[in-house]
Design a protein around this ligand. Structure first.
Ligand code: ADP
Length: 481
């Protein structure tokens, strides 16, 4: 079989699934044991590439969440808060090493369940997830140096709710700092991508972590809501949509619960005329098309300086034609499957709106697989600032392009968004970069690169992109009082 694009055919190079171990059915991981959901209800997780069923996943209700939170509370009071910080660190190191040993299996399962290309899960998500555990393991017994002259204490039980775009990585972002700071955890993965979190539960179990320190409960929004409203949960760490973030804020208002919310984004990628254009084009592609645009900090609004706009757009269209779209497990694949039928229909709805609005429309002429949830990389050119395409998060491979003339103009346009998660600036001039990094209302500003992550660097947004920071020392502080 070959995958096709306009320029050439590649022989398929599909990663083997022979080495992965998946159960047909997954129960809830509570108090160090696999527990049947009290309702006996399970739901199916599908492979978005071929729509085939992969496994049945337990649907946790309020009672199950209550068991998990009580287990975490007991583990916090009786075990985790009593052992030394260096012991805590050893457990976290052990989890990191076991994850590395299972890296290949985790990468394949991630791509099967989420639709993201194996190249990304293998080279980015899984190594970064391991690195988060390594990084925070190192901090566990050094908190007094991280926060000198302050007496910091753990919060207790952290309720953590994560989305489907970086399933294992988000679990690592949440669990590693919580454990390092002495908290215990109840984590809920997204309903369409529970598998790597459940594999992580197996790894955590194999590491010998005391029962109840990490509990993984699966389910839909109602399971998340039960975690948020549980009185014994001291902190909520949520990554997901702004709409659900607002519901969570409302639900915890008036309580003593702490929260970090990492929500939506509509990030600006800004190309100046003195930028290295070919590199910038790669940065645009990386910013919005890799991972199918399923990145909360995706560079989904492109601003190009007017005098190079024609050249940038021509090169961008040319590069888009060479992107390989198809089987996420194929090592040639650049763009995998959209995570779910629901998400694909949301993306298609926005594409229809864009076409109706009348801005110039371009899609790469690739052959999409007949089965599965696929979307061709899409451009809308000369989009109005007021357009839905520039204002709303689409969470798909859809890029809206605007031009600008001056620095002040682009700062104003880029900041004209309800969101403020990230931005990219492409220019040869350091002074321009420093000017923009201080004026753009975005939590992260990348210069001459895009979507670069490191466990030591904090991440989080302004405005409706949420509050609080994850990663680095900031990520530790969010789990301490
Ligand atoms: P997305 O649009 O990225 O799917 P959501 O905010 O809908 O984002 O989902 C992110 C996570 O939040 C998922 O794990 C989902 O199950 C969970 N979730 C959805 N609704 C709620 C809710 N009302 N309370 C808590 N968690 C929720």
């Amino acid at each position: 079989m070959t995958t096709k694009n306009n320029n050439w055919d590649y022989a398929a190079s599909v990663e083997s699934t022979a080495h992965i171990k998946l159960n047909k059915k997954y129960a809830l991981y509570i108090d160090g044991k696999w527990v049947e959901p009290s309702s006996k209800k399970y739901f199916t997780t599908h492979n978005p590439h071929n729509e085939e069923r992969i496994a049945e996943i337990a649907d946790a209700n309020d009672h199950d969440v209550d068991l998990a939170v009580k287990a975490a509370d007991r583990a916090y009071k009786e075990v985790w808060s009593k052992i030394s910080a260096s012991e805590r660190g050893k457990y976290i190191f052990r989890i990191a090493r076991l994850m590395q040993e299972h890296a290949r299996e985790l990468a394949v399962i991630e791509s099967l369940d989420s639709g993201k290309p194996i190249r990304e899960s293998r080279d980015i998500d899984i190594p970064l997830a391991c690195n988060h555990f390594f990084y925070y393991a190192g901090w566990a017994d050094k908190l007094e140096y991280a926060f000198p002259n302050q007496k910091k204490e753990a919060l207790g039980v952290a309720g953590q709710i994560i989305p489907w775009n970086f399933p294992l990585l988000m679990a690592a972002w949440k669990i590693a700092p919580a454990l390092a700071t002495g908290n215990t955890v109840v984590l809920k993965p997204a309903e369409t991508t529970s598998l790597t979190a459940l594999k992580l539960a197996e790894i955590i179990h194999a590491s010998g972590l005391p029962p109840g320190v990490v509990n993984i409960v699966t389910g839909y929004g109602h399971t998340g809501a039960a975690i948020v409203s549980h009185p014994k949960v001291a902190k909520i760490a949520f990554t997901g949509s702004t709409a659900v973030g607002k519901l969570i804020q409302r639900s915890i208002a008036g309580t003593t619960k702490k929260a970090t919310l990492e929500l939506g984004g509509k990030s600006a990628n800004i190309i100046f005329d003195d930028a290295p254009i070919d590199q910038a084009v790669e940065g645009i592609i990386n910013g919005i098309f890799f991972n199918q645009g399923h990145v909360c900090c995706a560079g989904s609004r492109l601003f190009v300086q007017e005098n190079v706009a024609e050249k940038v757009i021509r090169k961008l269209k040319h590069r888009m034609q060479s992107l390989q779209i198809g089987n996420p497990l194929d090592k040639n694949t650049d763009i995998g499957a959209i995570n779910s039928a629901e998400q694909l229909s949301i993306i298609n709805k926005y594409i229809k709106i864009g076409i109706k609005e009348g801005s110039e429309f371009f899609q790469s002429k690739c052959v999409l697989p007949k089965k599965g949830y696929y979307c061709a990389p899409t451009l809308f050119i000369n989009v109005a600032q007021s357009s839905v395409l520039t204002q709303e998060e689409i969470f798909g491979p859809v890029l809206s392009i605007q031009t600008f003339r001056t620095v002040d103009e682009v700062i104003q346009k880029a900041n004209n968004s309800p969101y403020g998660l990230a931005a990219g600036v492409w220019t040869d001039k350091g002074s321009k970069i420093f000017n923009l990094t201080s004026k753009l209302k975005a939590g992260v500003v990348w210069a001459n690169t895009y979507n670069k992550f490191d466990p030591s660097s904090p991440f989080g947004g302004y405005k409706e992109s949420g509050y609080g920071r994850e990663g680095g020392l900031h990520g530790l502080a969010a789990y301490l009082k």
